[in-house]
Design a binder for this molecule. Sequence first.
Ligand code: HAS
Length: 566
Amino acid sequence: MHISKSLKRLIYWELGIPLTLLTIGIYHGLMQTIFRAGIIHQSYFAHLDYYQGLTLHGVINAIVLTSFFAVAFGHATIAFYLKREPHKWVSWLSFWLMTVGTLMAAWAMLSGKASVLYTFYPPLKAHPLFYLGAALLIVGSWIPLFSWANIYVRWKKENPETKTPLAVVGTLVNFTIWFVCTLAVAYEVLVLLLPWAMGWKATINVTLARTLFWFFGHALVYFWLLPAYIMYYTILPKLAGGKLFSDLAGRISLFLFLLLSVPVGVHHQFSDPSISRGIKMFQGLLTFGVALPSFITAFTLAASLEYAGKKRGSRTLLGFFAKLPYLDAGRYLFAYLIGGLILFIFGGLTGIVNASGVLNAVVHNTAWMPGHFHMTVAGPVFLSIIGMSLFLYSGLSGKPVFLPRINVIIPYLWVIGILIFSTGLSWGGLIGEPRRTNLGMTYLNPKNELFTPEWVPTTMLALCGGIIMTFAALLFFIVFFGTMFSKKTSAGVLDIPVAEALHDEKRIPLFDTFKPWLLIMGIIILLAYVPAFIDANKNPGPGAPPFTPDNPVPEKISKAPDLYNQ
Ligand code: HAS
């Protein structure tokens, strides 16, 4: 389908800006593995501090790339399926807010004034522009929801008996989760962090800030995941040469995410003493609940792939695996999507380990954790984002993919890299290797009395994986920017492969409306979070003054030594 020049340009920018910044994010990922493996024994390299690099890595890869992409993909999905373009003015306003927010946060991080990592936990304090920038980026990213919802309502009035396309349900579910969860982080930034960072308030309630952050933070991971799930349900079966096994399974899974993505954030705070055991247990159980839609997805996709493999000539029980188009350069998006799915098997399993209160005590804040999240956010999420960015760009611009044979092997290289990298981290985590630590300064420095030789093989494995991942990413940049600078060979169109459903169940009104789900979502959130916020207010501990990452003493202690007593 043809779309307006304005929408095309908007999508180009929303793909191009984060992918350009990603070069910085990837560089700092490699540097992390180098610092941690003890190749460097100092706190900085090339004038950039370890924590500054880790902040740039997390913020660019996990917040900027994912938010820009989700908006661009949302615009494309709504325009493609509902045949109406989002409101031009609203879409550009969203783009500018996100871009200005990103620039503000980038300035703060690059100038070393915001080395607070992507979770920006107090009492680490960042420059106020970092918090403001993050808020603008987030607000900008949910503005398009209002325009899409308006298009959907009009479409529904004209087509009351037609099932809403699954990809549209997915987009609206995802941005509703995003809108709800970001309210908490907006409160954290505007009411707690900014006044404290500006010096208007001397101390901050750390527990409350963390609880507000994780109200947002775990829903955030599903905001990353759902665009990938939309591709898995609505595109992957078609690319595999088959059909989606069940359309209803997709709807059930998406609505379960709507119910359960937010009220699980306390599972990041199992070790926080201020929150009581009952709340932890309740949110822990809900966490097992939020794994259900992923189990449904695993079985539905496996059945869809089996159907595709059989259609392509497989005759044996598992022979369908061998018949899928893994290396078909013309269907390279299949390679990006299946690569992510393979990683997600391990990402999901490690997530279930984290969710169990007892096992969590073993792995919390160890290297196991980045092992887990690189098989989720750097697995299905990252691969589907970069694969789809290339696909959308090449289709819309009418430029063929540069180096197509190389392009199709990139996702497999990435999968191998992540598997080695995450094995090193998970193994290290189980033997006590901490996360977010510049190990090269002490534990991985043979000259230091804290030297821990058990962590040499684990960090070396992670380094090897990191090098392979960086190589795969470099190849991707060559392919993506090579495509950008090549000549147009056809009229650019917005074309998204659409998988038919093998079991296209008749329309069930409950799974074609949002209202009852939104109501239940609200009730579960209240049940899970009202007691958590009461606890966070009741047991705040001593208010914390601001700290910087390089100093164990509060920033203003010399000017106001009584701060400790407040
Ligand atoms: Fe998580 C911490 C629990 C999913 C990301 N998680 C994190 C952090 C991040 C993150 C970034 O309960 C660290 C945050 C920080 O900085 O502190 N996580 C879970 C659970 C799930 C889960 C239960 N996480 C994700 C996803 C993420 C993500 C998705 C990003 C996108 N996670 C936790 C917990 C913590 C945590 C605790 C806190 C720990 C702590 O102490 O700090 C579940 O949603 C996972 C369900 C997934 C499955 C897998 C289904 C498999 C599929 C693939 C099928 C494959 C096929 C292909 C069909 C059940 C769908 C076969 C084909 C072939 C060719 C083989």
